[in-house]
Design a protein around this ligand. Sequence first.
Ligand SMILES: NC(=O)N[C@H]1NC(=O)NC1=O
Ligand SMILES: [Zn+2]
Ligand SMILES: [Zn+2]
Length: 511
Amino acid sequence: MGERYDLIIKRGTVVLPSGAKAADIAVKDGRIAAIAAAGSLDGACEAAETIDADGLLVMAGAVDVHVHFNEPKFGHWEGFATGSAALAAGGCTTYADMPLNGNPPTVDAGALALKASLAEGASAVDYAFWGGLVPGNADRLEELAAAGVVGFKAFMSNPGGEGEGRFREIGREALREGMRRIAAFGGLLALHAESEAITSRLAAKFADEGRTGARDFAASRPAVAELEAVYMALELAAETCCRLHFVHISTPEAIDMITAAKRRGIDVTAETCPHYLTLTEDDMALIGPAAKCAPPLRGEDRLEGLWTRLLEGAIDLVASDHSPCPEAMKTAAGLSFIDAWGGIAGAQNTLELMLEEGWRKRGVPLQLLSAALSANPARRFGLYPRKGEIAEGFDADLAIIDPNRTYALAREDLYHRHKHSPYIGRRFTCKVVRTLCRGKTVYAEGAGVTSGGGVRLTVPASNVPAVDALDAQAALGAAHLSAGLTRTPGSASQQCRPSAPSLPVNGVQPS
Ligand SMILES: NC(=O)N[C@H]1NC(=O)NC1=O
Ligand SMILES: [Zn+2]
Ligand SMILES: [Zn+2]
């Protein structure tokens, strides 16, 4: 007998960075100890447990860097236990929690400590936290970085939400100052990019006119609101050299602006969400408030345009933006579409949606999907090389998928706190059947979710992962479509030198 392992997963179709391959995976002390030819470990080694994955896909657990678990105070919207259970059931093994809509929002070290205390012992899978950049907390950014946040999140438009002291959007000058501060310690800023000027003016106009339907909501947040905000933020990033990440991009035009900025050497990445890749404005009108989000769902052309950009490697990562609320805030009698909560509860469905719509329907290679769902988010936010890939030495964070299973998503399948979802009734031809976090089964079909074992991940404040690391995905995209993104290795960090701002920043003289 050879090596003694804790677990062997045998004969699975394993999605490696180089492609899918029949292989055995051995796990010891929570990490991937060996990857070997299918059938070669079984019998040759001892293991406390064996999982037969014959006929099943084995992928790296998804790394969902965009979820809103709303403790403290708004745990009745979504909490760590239920939110993470949904992620586990969907094949996600690591997440990063956004600094809103809990109260207090995560805008200083004290609020972060409170968040962390509430998550401890409650989360089914591993997790990290975002800090917030809001008007007035520029002096708190470094303490948040020192406490290990993955980055900072700011809103360019009104984030909504409830409660005194809730998270607020940031104007141009305070955003610029925040970027200067974040750049100074090598941090990263994530932006919700919609123009407040455009969206608030249209919202007020439509309110006056009594326009409260789904189409009115979409029209009040047009694509140009995203494009203007992305353009402005890219200009500020060029000026301040702040590393930038755009969350939930909804238009291929914005992706193209971001791609052009990458070519100019700006250290920027783009995220989209499964809903922009699987649902349209028509679906939103049909489904109702369960499909309401901001930016809103777009037309078929833009949806397909996003898939093309994903294939080209121009979309760095996919995350859920799980932002749920109590049922009544979506469906109360007499509630108009405009007044319903904007946020889609999608935590559980990311991986299956991407497999269904990407791999199955559009032929997107599994390794490209895996890069967008796992490796790239892990790399960008400092969780790599521990998370994000099936490779020796990495945490044994795995999603096991039955690629020959047809089912329709039912309310009862959902683990998140409130069971509204735009995907209820949707048919899938694949299903996550088991999820392992650090080698422990956290979800198994039939048995359900085992809660509580997730640990907190902190990212060193000085962590500056190069954007070049993301070129792996671009290369895959290029190979697939021969239209990939080219980025000069090292270009981002080498080219950016902060230039003097053209205007004084909030009375602070540029140094
Ligand atoms: N406040 C909040 O979570 N907003 C999120 N919901 C949504 O649909 N987009 C968002 O930014
Ligand atoms: Zn947002
Ligand atoms: Zn969000």
